[in-house]
Structures are given as structure tokens and as C-alpha cells.
Design a protein around this ligand. Structure first.
Ligand code: ADP
Ligand code: MG
Length: 746
């Protein structure tokens, strides 16, 4: 059904303006324009005749300019109109006398000499501000100004413009807020029929105003309550659209088929549990049970496991994988980097021991194999691994994400575990389904970067979430401090002494730098060591270049003389990376100078010390991750955040926050507060295309929760929304306009 909302804008505002809207904002229809909401509202005073003004009032007046003078406040001399531009940087006062036809009023503007060119004699304008008294003369001091065209001078137009709240739109030079306002006014005046996507019943339940009224009040409010009520309605609408899409998607996922992998007693899992050298934490057991219940269902699990750094997610994943192998299937473990994939392969193989030695001398009866598939394997190793995956001989296959894209075949892929990532895209899931025919594997996504509940409900709305907050018993807390290297060079000297002391005790240390040091500026490496913003600044020759791995390793030769020091970064050949990590894990290297290639996942419990160079160049979550590389065993961890930048207070606040707490959930909250919505959602939101215009996934938790309830109750009885045609067509239009790309990334 076509309604006025779908009409082209040019039918209302003229071809030229319509074209500008399309070019600048991508707006073509009346509906799109009406959903271009004001950024904020300008508060004015009440429109008041001059003779009724009282000192202290916030007032708006309408008048014509009678006289303008500019004076320099230094010389007290009057400035000629043609000279005002020379006084842009001087202290000036511009006095404007306006008349309402009967009385005069003086306006005083400070340091805006150019106003003389705008407020020429005869100009009609609105002015608003506080009424003050200066040397017995009533004034508006530094008022807001809006020049009126001659055609704006009808009483009604002046009244409207003088409304106490004026909408201010996100505007550009080509499309000023006044043009947007005027166009919206024309459209609203001519619009009769609008279909509300929100059903009556829901409006009533949620105490929301209808669409027609909300459009009026969001664009042309009379009172603050007006735009607040309108915004409340639109926020809910945005949340409902999003949650309905997610609820529909959940319904689709729920209808997908998976092979149930119920836990069978007496298999690899029981053997593994029996030989575990430690006791599982309560959280690990609990999350394990949640997963076992999920994968026993005939529908694919889709679960996010968020756990504090070092909380022991790998074992949770391994137990899930073993349950699947026991049930006759295979499991794949995907890691974000080769370093991590290789480490996982080693860890799993070691933890499983003879349980992973199928077909080998000494292998257990029920044993399976753990395969490794990464891009840098040689052809022979690759072929073996592919064969093991295809034949089912490897119960577990570890690899990077390439594992999914590759022509890797599995005999019976039952579970995919994605480590250290919380985005596992729709396309990736689709790729999985293709691999496994009509049955979709179960999916477990693991991340150490906690996500606030609302974000989980938004972006990850179709995931179930498990959380591991507790660390295994017996960990000593990590001590963290900030080392202001420039102000207190002695502290840096002391830092290297501490490293020596730790090594003397038999422990190991990491020294992390923001750059590799061999790069052409701005190089970002495929292993995720992104050049920092600072690197980009380097190119422009601004702040000094960040510390690099190569140069730091050289500088450390002296203070750390005698220690076994090696470097690691993403541009080393794969076998060299592997050899360095292996030797570090085996304790054959004392100090590893590395990039953030060791940021996530790396697990060497004997490492006690983490020194981060130019720590101010890293984000909060990143620092928390880096620190998480130490304190992973019984050894007391130490984290030193070295920085030269003492002036930039936000950088300092970040470092202080990290030093003050080891609670990743708390740090994540602080981190999110300092970030923009688009960053949180992981998309560059242009604003014009996003369907989230007024809703904040960080602040509007309550709205999102209730929209989710409503969406669930609608979709559970009517998944196709046949009884809600207007909601359905609105949803279609939102989806069609690609305004939900943040949802597509999940
Ligand atoms: P993350 O959650 O950061 O991925 P890992 O899974 O790498 O953490 O585990 C960190 C370390 O803690 C590993 O060395 C692991 O063997 C150890 N670990 C895991 N669970 C326990 C436990 N219940 N008790 C003691 N140590 C544990
Ligand atoms: Mg891990």
C-alpha cells in the first residue's frame, strides 16, 4: 500500500532542493526526510514586545536593525564597516539598535565584528537571549540571531520561528539547517495519511505517541515534553525494528537442523577429565554443562562465551570438542592468527597426551588426532592434515580462519569453536552450512573482550551468552604500574632491573612495542598488528615515532646484557615465528620483544613480566589483553606500562585505569564510555543510512529490553508478521535500505 510517506520529495519541495537532499543526504522520499531528526533543539525565550521585556528574562524579540556600530575594546575607537575584517582577532563590541516599530532595543555582541556586514540597517531578524541592564540601558547581551527574509515576515511565520524550541539538524553548507527545517515544514503541512509501523496495542502498552504526532513533535515541538515524547517513541521504534529482525533470525536459526551430539559417558571426555591436573572452576563446569545441553539438541548451538583473560576458556572449548568427538563427530577450532593456531595445536595435543595419539604406538584405545591446518604448512603436511580432516581420522582440526574458506572437507563436522573473536559473520556461518550439508554445525564463539548486555542483545541478538568471570584458584594478582620514562628516567632503569630479577628467579618476560620497525610507514600486517594512529602521525612528522621491536631489542642489549633475548613479529617467516614461540614456551628464551602479535591467547604460564613500551598508544582493552599474557600460573605477574607522554591527560587516564584494576569487565565499561556508538557496533555509521538514529545501544538498555520482549511475543505467534502489515512493510523498507549493516556483521 502506497502512502504519502513513500512519495518522492520533489513532489513537495521542488526539483532543485530535492536534488540537493539526494546528493547530500541520500534522501529521496518524504518518509526518509521525516526520519531525518534534529540533532538537538535550540532553546529560546518567549516572543516578547520590547516594552514588556524585564531584566533577567530569557526572551526572543523580532525587530529591524536601525543602527550598527563596532568599537575596539582596546582603543575604544569606532571601526569603519570596511575595516571590520582586520579586527577579527581583536576584542570588539558590536552594538546594534533594533526597533519593533515603536520602541528601540540595544543588542551587544562581543568579538563578532563581522556581524556589521550581516545586520545591515533595515535587516529584519529574531534575537534571543538574556535581558540585562548596562548603564541604565536595557540590552540583550550576546543574543542568538536569525535573519528573516522578507517573505518570512508574516506574523504566523515569525511566531513559528520564535517557538521556544527550534530544531537544529545535522546540516552542511550545501544544505543548511534552515532549508531542512523549511522543507520538513512543507512536507508536514501537506501530509495527511501516515501508516504507523507500531501497532495501536503496543503504543498503548508502552505509552508511546503515534507516528503522525511524533513526527510533528520531533520536528516542530512547542515544549520540551513534545520532543522528549517523540524521541521516546522513535527510540522504541528503532529498538523494535532491530529486535524483530533478530527475533525472526532466531526463529530461522532455531528451525535449522543440527545433529544432536549428546554427551556419551565413558569416552574421551571422561578420560580427559580424569587426567586433568587441576580442578575445573565452578564457572568452567557450569558453562560446560550449558554447552553439553545445547549440542544435544537437534538445532545448532550458537553460543558466545565471554571470559576474563586467563579464565580458562580453552579447556571449556576442548571439553565441548571432546563431547562431539565422543558422539561421532569432528570439531574445528579457529584462531585469529597463526601463532595462536599453532599454540592451540600444541596445547591441545599436550593436554590430551595419549588421547590424541590415535594410530600411534602408545596411543589410547579411544584416541583421536588433533590436526593443524594453516596457510604456511608445506604441501606434504597440508595434504596429511586435509586427509585426516576428510577421513575423520582427526577428531579435532585447529587452524586459522582460512580453514573455512579453504577446500577443506570434513567427514562429519559437528562443532566449530571460534577463539578470540566475537564477530563471526553471517557469511562465515553460511560457509559452514555449505560444508556440512543439511545439518549445520554447532558454533561456540569465545572472546576475552566483554560486551555489555545491551550490545550483546543488539549486535549479538541471536547468540546465547555464557560468562566466565572467575579465574582459576591459586593465581596471584598481577601488579601493574605506570612508568613515566621521560619524567622519571630512573624508573625505566629500575624497570629493566625488575626484568633481570624476574629472569634470575627463573621467570620470563615480554616487552611489547607498537611497531615492528622495518616498515614503510603505516604498514599493517596480516596477523593483526595494525599500525597505530601514532604511526600515521609519524608519516606527517608529528609526534616522535613509536618504539619499535627492532630498535628496542637493540637498546635492551645493554641493560639486559647476558639474558637470552629474541624478537617476534608478524612479518617473520612462519617457521621462525613458530620456532621462537616454541622456544619461549619451553623456557629457552628469557625476554621476548614483540609486537601485539602476542596480544591475545598466548599462554606461557612461566612468563611473569609484561613491559609495554609507549603504552599510551594502545587502547584499554588491548592493554588488558596484553597484561593477560602474564600471571597465568602460580607465578606473581608484573605489568609495567611505559610512557613518554605525560601531558595528554586522556592517555594518562587510560593508563591509570588499567593500572588500577584487573577487572576486564570494568575496563571494558570504561573503554566503551570513551568510544562512539559506531565503534561499539563495529561499523562506520554514516548517520544517514543507519537505522539507529536516536537509539543508543549503550544508554538505552531499558528500551532495548522491553522492545525485545515485544518482538519475541510478536514473532513467536506470527513470525511472518502477517497480522502486522505496517510493521512488516516498514521492516522491509529498513532492510532494503541497507540501514542495518551493523546486524550483517555479526
Ligand atoms: P583464556 O581464557 O585467556 O583463553 P586459557 O584457556 O589459555 O585462558 O587458560 C589460562 C591458563 O589457565 C592455562 O595455562 C590453563 O591451563 C590454566 N587453567 C585453565 N583452567 C584452569 C583451572 N581450572 N585450574 C588451574 N589452571 C587452569
Ligand atoms: Mg584463550
Amino acid at each position: 500500500m502506497k502512502t504519502d510517506i513513500d512519495r518522492k520529495l520533489r513532489d513537495f519541495v521542488g526539483a532543485k532542493t530535492a536534488k540537493t537532499f539526494t546528493e547530500v543526504l541520500g534522501i529521496e522520499t518524504v518518509g526518509e526526510l521525516l526520519r531525518y531528526y534534529p540533532r538537538r533543539y535550540l532553546k529560546k525565550g518567549e516572543l516578547t514586545p520590547f516594552d514588556e521585556l524585564e531584566v533577567g528574562d530569557q526572551a526572543t524579540v523580532s525587530g529591524r536593525v536601525k543602527r550598527v556600530t563596532v568599537r575596539s575594546l582596546d582603543s575604544k575607537l569606532e571601526i569603519k564597516p570596511e575595516d571590520v575584517n582586520k579586527y577579527r582577532r581583536h576584542k570588539t563590541i558590536t552594538k546594534v539598535v533594533v526597533s519593533d516599530g515603536r520602541n528601540d532595543l540595544e543588542l551587544a555582541f562581543f568579538n563578532q565584528p563581522w556581524l556589521t556586514n550581516k545586520l545591515t540597517v533595515g535587516t529584519a531578524a529574531l534575537f534571543w537571549g538574556e535581558v540585562t541592564m548596562f548603564r541604565d540601558i536595557m540590552q540583550l547581551k550576546g543574543p542568538g540571531t536569525e535573519i528573516l527574509d522578507e517573505e518570512d515576515l508574516s506574523e504566523a511565520e515569525i511566531e513559528r520561528r520564535a517557538k521556544p524550541f527550534r530544531p537544529l539538524y545535522p546540516a552542511t553548507a550545501k544544505l543548511p539547517t534552515a532549508t531542512i527545517e523549511r522543507s520538513i515544514k512543507i512536507v508536514l503541512d501537506n501530509l495527511d495519511d501516515v501508516e504507523d509501523p507500531l501497532p495501536e496495542l503496543i503504543l498503548g502498552q508502552e505509552k508511546l505517541i503515534g507516528l503522525r504526532e511524533a513526527l510533528q513533535k520531533v520536528h516542530l515541538p512547542d515544549t520540551e515534553q513534545d520532543w522528549l515524547a517523540a524521541q521516546k517513541r522513535f527510540r522504541f521504534e528503532e529498538a523494535l525494528v532491530m529486535q524483530t529482525i533478530l527475533a525472526q533470525r532466531r526463529a530461522v536459526t532455531d528451525a535449522l537442523k543440527a545433529i544432536p551430539r549428546a554427551r556419551t559417558g565413558g569416552g574421551l571426555l571422561d578420560d580427559f577429565d580424569a587426567r586433568l591436573p587441576f580442578k575445573l572452576t565452578a564457572g568452567q563446569t557450569e558453562v560446560g554443562d550449558e554447552i553439553f545441553a545445547d549440542i544435544a539438541r537437534p538445532h545448532p548451538m550458537h553460543r558466545l562465551l565471554q571470559g576474563e583473560v586467563g579464565s580458562g576458556k580453552t579447556i571449556v572449548a576442548l571439553r565441548a570438542m571432546l563431547a562431539v568427538v565422543d558422539a561421532g563427530g569432528q570439531a574445528a577450532l579457529l584462531a585469529p592468527t597463526e601463532v595462536l593456531a599453532t599454540q592451540h595445536h600444541k596445547t591441545l595435543t599436550k593436554m590430551l597426551g595419549e588421547l590424541a595419539e590415535a594410530g600411534m604406538l602408545g596411543g589410547a584405545d579411544r584416541a583421536t588426532r588433533v590436526g593443524l591446518l594453516t596457510g604456511s604448512l608445506n604441501a606434504a603436511a597440508r595434504r596429511t592434515a586435509m586427509l585426516d580432516a576428510a577421513s575423520g581420522a582427526a577428531g579435532i582440526v585447529v587452524g586459522t580462519h582460512a580453514l573455512l574458506e579453504d577446500k577443506v572437507q570434513f567427514a562429519d563436522l559437528g562443532l566449530v569453536v571460534v577463539d578470540e573473536q566475537h564477530r563471526f559473520g553471517v557469511e562465515q556461518r553460511a560457509a559452514l552450512s555449505q560444508k556440512s550439508g543439511e545439518n549445520t554445525p554447532h558454533v561456540l564463539v569465545m572472546t576475552a573482550t566483554p560486551i555489555p548486555r545491551t550490545v550483546a542483545m543488539t549486535v549479538f541478538g541471536d547468540l546465547s551468552v555464557s560468562t566466565l568471570t572467575e579465574l582459576p584458584a591459586g593465581r596471584s594478582p598481577i601488579m601493574s604500574s605506570v612508568v613515566p620514562a621521560k619524567d622519571k628516567p630512573a624508573w625505566l632503569v629500575r624497570a629493566w632491573e625488575r626484568v633481570r630479577e624476574e629472569v634470575a628467579k627463573g621467570h620470563q618476560a615480554y616487552v611489547v612495542c607498537p611497531r615492528i620497525g622495518d616498515e614503510v610507514k603505516n604498514a599493517a600486517d596480516e596477523e593483526g598488528e595494525f599500525a597505530t594512529a601514532a604511526d600515521q602521525a609519524d608519516a606527517k612528522g608529528k609526534p616522535p615515532p613509536a618504539k619499535s621491536v627492532l630498535e628496542t631489542a637493540e637498546l635492551l642489549a645493554q641493560p639486559l646484557a647476558g639474558l637470552r633475548l629474541e624478537i617476534l613479529h608478524g612479518r617473520l617467516p612462519a617457521d621462525e615465528k613458530d620456532s621462537v614461540m616454541t622456544r619461549f614456551a619451553a623456557g629457552e628464551i628469557d625476554v621476548l620483544v614483540a609486537t601485539t602479535v602476542i596480544e591475545v591467547g598466548v599462554d606461557v604460564p612461566n612468563a611473569s613480566t609484561m613491559v609495554v613500551m609507549d603504552a599510551d598508544r594502545f587502547g584499554i582493552s588491548q592493554l588488558h589483553q596484553l597484561r593477560g599474557r602474564v600471571g597465568r600460573g602460580k607465578v606473581q605477574g608484573l605489568c609495567l606500562l611505559v610512557t613518554d607522554s605525560w601531558d595528554a591527560s586522556s592517555a594518562r587516564a587510560r593508563l591509570d585505569a588499567v593500572a588500577a584494576t584487573t577487572d576486564g569487565f570494568e575496563l571494558s565499561r570504561i573503554d566503551l564510555e570513551t568510544r562512539r556508538e559506531g565503534d561499539v557496533l563495529g561499523v562506520a555509521q554514516s548517520g544517514k543510512r543507519s537505522s539507529l538514529k536516536l537509539l543508543s545501544v549503550l544508554r538505552d538498555e531499558e528500551i532495548i529490553v522491553s522492545a525485545r520482549h515485544v518482538a519475541n511475543s510478536i514473532v513467536s505467534v506470527d513470525p511472518e508478521l502477517t497480522t502486522y502489515p505496517s510493521l512488516r512493510s516498514y521492516l522491509d523498507s529498513v532492510l532494503a535500505s541497507e540501514a542495518t549493516d551493523y546486524l550483517e556483521k555479526t
